[in-house]
Design a binder for this molecule. Sequence first.
Ligand code: AMP
Length: 451
Amino acid sequence: MTQFTDLGLAEPILRALSDEGYETPTPIQCEVIPAMIEGRDVLGIAQTGTGKTAAFTLPILNRLHTENLRTQPKTCSALILSPTRELSAQILENVRAYGRHMRVTSTLVVGGVKPGPQIRALSKGVDVLVATPGRLLDLMESGAVRLNQTSTLILDEADQMLDLGFFPAIRKIVGFLPKKRQTAFLSATMPKPIRALAQEMLDDPKQVSVAPESRPIERIEQSVVLLPKESKKDLLLELMSDRAVERAIVFSRTKHGADKINRHLVDYGLKSAAIHGNKSQAQRIKALDGFKTGAVKILVATDIAARGIDVDNVSHVVNHDLPNIPEAYVHRIGRTARAGKSGVAVSMCEPGEYEYLRDIERLTGLDIERVYLGDEDKFLAEAKKATPAASQKKQQQRPARKKPFTADSRPQGQRQGGGNRGGSGPSGGGQSGGGAKRPRRRNRSGARTPA
Ligand code: AMP
C-alpha cells in the first residue's frame, strides 16, 4: 500500500500529516500528489470527503519548501479559488495545519467582511492565497494584489462556481496569471461548460476521477413526506423534537426561508442557527462553530452555504424544501452518513415541488419511500395543477423510466383507484426522523406497508 513517504513529500509536511493522524494517503492523494510534484496539470473529478484538499495543498507546500523563494509585496505564489467563504476558510485551515512545521504565509480573501485587513495581509505578499473570485477581482482591480508571480493555480469545486455565475470572473482572473504555471482543476461533476473551461486552462493534464470512499447514499435512510405546504412547519417541529436527532441540517431553497424556519425553531425552544449568503461572515462562523461543538443542534442552511461543510455526526438531514436542481439533493443528503456512520434524510414535498421530486428520482434512479400526510389524490391533483405547462410537455417527451411505472409513479391520469391513502395530518402521526410513528404509507409498488 502506498505511504505518504512514497509520494516525495518533504519531512516537515510528513511530520504535520503524522500530527493530523493521517496514516495512508487516499486514492486521489496517491495520484495527484506525485503528478503535481512532477509539475503536471491536473483535472480531477472528486467530491468533498475524498481528501482532495490535501491532494492539492500538499504539493503546493512541498514546492514552497523546496524553492524557498521570497514572495514579493502584493503578490502570491499559489492561488486557490473556491466558491464559498466557508469552503475557502476550511481550505486555509488545512494549508495552515499541513504547513505548521514550515515558514509559510497564507491568507484568506473573501466577501462579506471589510477588505482593509485583507489588503494589509497582502501588502507584504503571501505564499498561499485562498480566495473567492468576486472579492479577489475587486482587490486586483484596486491594485491590492497582482497575480503575475503566481505559479500555481487551484480551482476547487468548479461546478459550484459555474452555478454561482463565477465563470466570467474566473476567466478574467486567469487572464492575469502567467501562461507558464501549474493548474489543478477540481469538480464534483464534469458537465460540458466545465470541461470546456478546463480545456482552456489546462495543459496536458493528468486526469483523475475518484468516487467517495463509500457511497454514503447507500447508508442513508431516505423518505419523502408529501404534504400540504401549510403542514411543513408542524412536521418540522415534530421531526426536530425527536430524541434520535443528534445534529441536523435543515435545508431551505431560499435565504429568506432559512431565516423564517430558524426563527420558528428558536421560538419553539430548539437550539438552531441559520447560515446563508446574507449573513455576515462573523455570524456564519459563529453558527458553524456552534454546530461543530454541539452548542447548536440544528443548522438551517441554503445549498450554497452548506456546500463543502465537513461536520461529522450529522444524524439527520431534512429538506424543508426540495431543491430545484436534482444534483443538490445528493449533495444535501451527503451531509449525513459521513465517516462510516449511517444517517436519516427526510424530505418534505408540497404539491408545487412534485416535479422536483420526480427529477430527483430520475437522477438518482431511486424510488424514495413515500409517506402521504393528508389526502393522496388531492395532493396528486394539486401537483398536476401546479406543474408548469412546459414541464408537462417535457414529461411527455421523456424516455421511458428504467423501472416499470408503479401505482404512484404513473402519470396521474392513468392511475386507478384513489381515496385517502395517506392517513392523518401531521398532528395525527407525522413521521419522525428515526422512523418513529408514521402515517400509513404506500411503497412505490403500490402495496401498503404498516405504519
Ligand atoms: P476533503 O475531501 O478534502 O474535504 O477531506 C475530507 C476529510 O478527510 C477532511 O476532514 C480531512 O482532514 C480528511 N483527510 C484528508 N486526507 C486524509 C488522509 N490521508 N487520512 C485521513 N483523513 C484524511
